[in-house]
Write a protein that binds this ligand. Structure first.
Ligand code: SF4
Ligand code: SF4
Length: 219
């Protein structure tokens, strides 16, 4: 440990002085890193020839999620838009009706836009969402040639229906309220929901897989 004689204070973070051998090799010591790297595995990413790896919690493009019966999780509350520091989100809610129930409860996200020219991928919108409707995927390839194409609409953000889900709109699971949906008590479409869709949209392509899933759940 050395002393700072000007200030007369102890310099607690100064390196110990080098010995004569270390002083002699000091000018070429920096090459040690370069030379040792010659023998290491190459770590250069080959993107875009190979898909780049990202960490599982990487903040990429947003997605709007669904419940297991196919209803949308977004209730149009606008909390994500209010939380956004970049004013990148625009939400307009619509009222659910008996003929047009898109999400549990009274309202759904009728218009949902994210402007990726503004978004800084901070994730505050995701934290603010009370229903976990909004999450962020690992997708990062968002470059476009047209500025307007960087404004994503609801249909661009809504996750596709998984096998066994029933396309909205349709009624909620009979006997359950929106709180039951939030508590994760919905595991798939019921026969009553499927029958409703059959009556109102007999050509809906999701009926067959929803019926198969409902039958499996009853076993
Ligand atoms: S990630 Fe951040 S900047 Fe982007 S929309 Fe969400 S809150 Fe706004
Ligand atoms: S995504 Fe979440 S926070 Fe945003 S409007 Fe929908 S429910 Fe509300």
């Amino acid at each position: 440990m050395s002393k700072n004689t000007d200030k007369g204070e102890e310099m607690r973070f100064e390196h110990d002085p080098k010995g004569p051998i270390a002083e002699f090799f000091a000018p070429i010591a920096g090459y040690g890193v370069t030379i040792s790297s010659f023998f290491r595995k190459t770590v250069t990413e080959q993107y875009p020839r190979e898909q780049a790896r990202v960490q599982p919690r990487f903040h990429g493009r947003h997605q709007l999620n669904r419940y297991a019966d196919g209803l949308e999780k977004c209730i149009g509350c606008e909390l994500c838009a209010w939380a956004c520091p970049a004013d990148a989100i625009f939400v307009e809610a619509g009222a659910n009706t008996p003929e047009g129930q898109y999400s549990p409860g009274e309202r759904f996200g009728r218009v949902y836009q994210i402007n990726y020219l503004r978004c800084i991928f901070c994730g505050l919108c995701m934290e603010a969402c009370p229903t976990r409707a909004l999450t962020m995927s690992n997708e990062f390839e968002l470059a476009v040639y047209d500025r307007a194409a960087d404004i994503y609409e609801k249909q661009d953000l809504l996750v596709p229906l998984k096998e066994g889900m029933l396309a909205a709109p349709h009624p909620m699971v009979e006997g359950l309220c929106d709180g039951d949906y939030y508590r994760g008590e919905v595991t798939g479409p019921t026969q009553t929901q499927i029958d409703w869709v059959k009556e109102h949209r007999p050509d809906d392509p999701t009926i067959a897989s929803a019926e198969a899933a409902a039958k499996e759940a009853r076993r």
